[in-house]
Design a protein around this ligand. Structure first.
Ligand SMILES: [Zn+2]
Length: 238
């Protein structure tokens, strides 16, 4: 349990696109990995549509997989890709894949996007892939992985203790990422195809650190930490 030792021992972070986990919770993941946790980033989509202009999807996907692997290494995390095309998530397969990973790795914390966030402020619609991944993780971890009748396989049923949702409109948990800001910046810098306008990352390299620090200060303020990442925490096992 997270509460007893202060850090989780095994973390599964399931996100849609190759830079999503780093951007949403790269500081927390790096901090947990540095404290000895086994951290795995599960990247659902290939990132093959992550460009403002027309691109050859296979070529972009190959670049983005290499970027994702390099970024995960900067955080001290493993990288696990599910290889679905952007915008074409097979939700039933995704739930089965998440259930299988949860049963195999037995994480105490699973991290994912908050799927209830659809419209952000007055100028942003949360990407469909983020919402679909969030819903699939909620269903897989909240109900299915612990029930052997869902997706029967070789590994025994397992209940992850906690779900932590990122980019939530109702955060209730903050992780101090002061010591992990450098790792988060280094990880995001690996996503060279996304450094510039028109991407979810939305920052050119010289401004990346400024962006990360500014976001961490803004997110941390509500939680009383100088630099933080905010989460909505769901405790599934007391
Ligand atoms: Zn994304």
């Amino acid at each position: 349990m997270v509460e007893s030792g202060g850090f989780p021992r095994c973390v599964l972070a399931v996100f849609a696109h190759p830079d999503d986990a780093e951007l949403a919770c790269g500081g927390a993941l790096a901090g947990w990995a540095a404290a000895g946790a086994s951290v795995t980033i599960v990247c659902v989509c290939r990132g093959d549509k992550g460009a403002a202009e027309r691109v050859e999807p296979g070529a972009l996907a190959a670049l983005r997989e290499a970027e994702g692997r390099a970024a995960a290494a900067q955080l001290g995390a493993e990288w696990h890709a599910l290889g679905m095309p952007d915008g074409e998530i097979a939700v039933d397969r995704l739930r089965a894949e998440v259930v299988a990973l949860v049963r195999r790795r037995r994480p105490d914390v699973v991290v994912a996007p908050d799927p209830t966030v659809v419209i952000v402020g007055s100028s942003h619609v949360n990407h469909r892939d983020h919402r679909e991944v969030g819903w699939a993780v909620l269903d897989a971890v909240g109900a299915e992985a612990a029930n052997p009748n869902y997706h029967p396989g070789d590994d025994p049923a397992f209940q992850a203790a906690e779900l932590w949702l990122c980019a939530s409109s109702s955060p209730d948990r903050w992780v101090d990422i002061g010591v992990a800001v450098d790792a988060k910046v280094a990880a995001l810098r690996c996503h060279a195809t996304q450094l510039g306008g028109g991407s979810e990352l939305g920052a050119a390299d010289p401004f990346l650190r400024e962006l990360v620090v500014g976001r961490a200060a803004a997110e941390g303020r509500a939680g009383g930490v100088r630099f933080g990442e905010a989460f909505r925490r769901i405790v599934l096992v007391d």
